[in-house]
Design a protein around this ligand. Structure first.
Ligand code: ZN
Length: 271
C-alpha cells in the first residue's frame, strides 16, 4: 500500500515502488483541476489545489496511490481574465484517455478521477471515460468524483450565500488548506443576477436548483462584462472552519466509496 512506500504520489516514487503497489491494489486516484481566474481573493490554481488536497487526504486514509495532478481544465469562459490557461474539451478528453491507456497497461483497473473544477470539466471527463469503457477498455472501472455531486448535504448546511464560481465554499476550502493563498481583504460581496443575464431558467447556486433549469453557455467576453471581478457569488462569509467542514465531509464520502470499491466485484468489473 502507498503508506509503506513513503508517498501517496506516483511522481515521488520509483517504478519498483509502483510495481510493489500493484501487487496489492489496482486502484489509483487522478486529481484534475484547472488554471483559471478565481476572483480577486482566490488563486488561479484553486480548483487543482482542491483536487490535490482531496486526493492526498483520501489517499493517506485509504493507502491509495495518486497520479500527478492535471493542472489544466476546460475553462474557455474564463479566458477574459489574465492567467487563465484552458484546454479545449477534446484536449482534456485526449489527456484523460492517454493517461488511462498508460495506467491500464501497468495493471490499474479502477481509476478514480477527483475533479476540482466542478461542472465545466464534467462533460469532457464523463465523455472521455464513457467512450473508453464502451469502445476500448470495458474491464476498467472509472469513477468521476465532483464536489457538486458529493457535497450537496454539507454545502446546504454551511453556506450562507448562493454558491457559484469563486464563492463562499470553494474559497473556504482553499483558505483551510492553503491559507497563504487567499487574499482575505479581497473577499467579494456581489452576486451575479442569473435570471437577468441567463434567463429565468438558469440558477445561481451549484448545490441547489429551486426550479427547472435550461443550460445556456456563455463566452469569455460575456463573462468579463457580466462578472467584472470574476467572482460569481459572494465569498465574504468564507472561513477556514467552513472549509474544513466541507472538505472533511467530501474526504469521508470518498474514503467510504473506496472501502466499497476494494471489494467490488459486480457486473462492471466482470466484463
Ligand atoms: Zn473553482
Amino acid at each position: 500500500m502507498a503508506a509503506q512506500l513513503g508517498s501517496v504520489w506516483l511522481q515521488e516514487l520509483t517504478w519498483e515502488d509502483v510495481a510493489a503497489y500493484l501487487e496489492d491494489s489496482d486502484i489509483i486516484i487522478c486529481p484534475v483541476g484547472s488554471t483559471e481566474e478565481h476572483g480577486p481573493a482566490g488563486p488561479l490554481g484553486l480548483d487543482c489545489l482542491i483536487a490535490i488536497a482531496l486526493a492526498e487526504d483520501v489517499a493517506r486514509a485509504t493507502g491509495t496511490l495518486c497520479t500527478p495532478p492535471l493542472w489544466f481544465g476546460d475553462s474557455p469562459h474564463h479566458l477574459g481574465f489574465p492567467g487563465t490557461i484552458s484546454l479545449r474539451t477534446e484536449t482534456l478528453m485526449a489527456v484523460i484517455q492517454d493517461m488511462s491507456r498508460s495506467l491500464r497497461k501497468h495493471g490499474f483497473r479502477k481509476i478514480l478521477i477527483i475533479n476540482g473544477h466542478k461542472g465545466a470539466n464534467l462533460p469532457g471527463l464523463l465523455a472521455a471515460t464513457k467512450n473508453l469503457r464502451e469502445y476500448e477498455m470495458p474491464e476498467v472501472f472509472f469513477a468521476v468524483i465532483d464536489p457538486v455531486k458529493i457535497a450537496k448535504k454539507i454545502a446546504n448546511e454551511i453556506k450562507e450565500a448562493k454558491e457559484h464560481h469563486s464563492g463562499e465554499l470553494e474559497i473556504s476550502e482553499c483558505w483551510y488548506k492553503y491559507p497563504h493563498l487567499v487574499k482575505q481583504e479581497k473577499l467579494t460581496t456581489s452576486q451575479v443576477d442569473f435570471d437577468e443575464n441567463f434567463s429565468p431558467w438558469s440558477h445561481g447556486d451549484l448545490f441547489s436548483a429551486p426550479h427547472e433549469v435550461i443550460d445556456i453557455p456563455w463566452t469569455s467576453t460575456e463573462q468579463r462584462r457580466i462578472v467584472p471581478t470574476g467572482s460569481f457569488s459572494p465569498s465574504i462569509k468564507a472561513s477556514p472552519e467552513k472549509g474544513k467542514a466541507y472538505h472533511d465531509y467530501m474526504v469521508d464520502q470518498i474514503v467510504r466509496f473506496i472501502g466499497w470499491l476494494r471489494d467490488y466485484d459486480g457486473p462492471v468489473a466482470q466484463v
